[in-house]
Design a protein around this ligand. Structure first.
Ligand code: NAD
Length: 255
């Protein structure tokens, strides 16, 4: 059971990557709050399935199939949303990818493509929606970073750079838009057992070592362990919190 924040009822929440993994858990949790949720994801079909499953809540879910790395179609989609939907109160920039590369054995294109997804779409979304959030009297922007900024794995150099960029963006943006009553924060998750992580990277040994030796708390982290932090940062309950990065990793990273 998630806590219910009455002020989130009827709020318009936009989530990038809202069809799977962490984003999917967030879509479902904001639907439960009776919010209007707009998903931007290349996995359009899965977004529609979630929308159908959330019909049990008094919410509205809008699904847009878009490749977030295609700046032109992302901007066009955001323009449509601005024209057709209520002003966005909560922006959750979340979609991202974590490819492993041996040292710097990575092409410039691979580097740029990763930044296009993990950083540039976060910037474009804020740029296109900020004006309407200002007109709406304020809001909350939440960006998904990673605890790897502190852990700094050797095969995740580019990924780490993108996630550190997010923390920098959050701090500067919070300075710039605080006067409009817009708060900007990051969540830095630990190793979250999403379907993709389980299929792609997780081994039983690595998972056991993470839980028993690397984390302070010997618990398995799933998207559900993150939901409360995003809801809290979206709601007015955290109205004095901005410019922060909250690490949710069961005590793995040491800053
Ligand atoms: N899972 C973890 O262990 C973990 C840890 C720290 C940070 N993160 C971060 O959390 C965020 C979400 O990760 P996740 O594990 O839930 O990933 P995921 O792969 O489970 O879900 C990502 C979602 O983004 C969508 N997406 C990816 N590329 C896209 C594109 N080009 N255009 C449109 N949609 C696209 C996918 O379709 C999917 O629905 C990412 O920014 C990731 O870096 C994840």
């Amino acid at each position: 059971m998630n806590p219910i924040y009455p002020d989130l009822k009827n709020k318009h929440v936009l989530i990038t990557g809202g069809s799977n993994g962490i984003g999917e858990a967030l879509t479902r949790a904001f639907a439960e709050q009776a919010a209007e949720v707009t998903i931007l994801d290349k996995d359009y079909e899965k977004g529609l399935t979630i929308a159908q499953e959330c019909e049990k809540y008094p919410c509205t879910i809008n699904v847009y199939g878009v490749d977030l790395t295609d700046t032109k179609s992302l901007s066009e989609t955001l323009n449509t949303i601005k024209k057709e939907k209520p002003a966005v109160n909560v922006i959750i920039n979340n979609a991202g990818y974590d490819p492993r590369y041996f040292l710097l054995d990575m092409t410039e294109k691979e580097w740029n493509d990763l930044f296009q997804l993990n950083v540039v779409h976060y910037f474009i979304t804020c740029r296109e929606l900020l004006e309407s959030s200002i007109k709406a009297g304020g809001g909350s922007i939440i960006m998904t970073s990673s605890h790897l900024v502190w852990i700094a794995k050797p095969n995740l150099i580019a990924y780490n750079a993108t996630k550190a960029a997010i923390i920098g963006m959050v701090r500067s943006l919070a300075e710039a838009v605080g006067k409009y009553n817009i708060r900007v924060n990051a969540v830095a998750p630990g190793w979250i057992m999403t379907e993709r992580q389980l299929n792609q990277w997780v081994t039983p040994e690595a998972k056991q070592k993470t839980m028993e030796e690397l984390q302070c708390l010997p618990i398995e982290l799933t998207p559900q362990e993150l939901v409360g932090t995003y809801l809290f940062l979206a709601s007015d309950t955290s109205k004095a919190i901005t410019r922060q990065t909250i690490v949710v990793d069961a005590g793995y990273a040491h800053s």
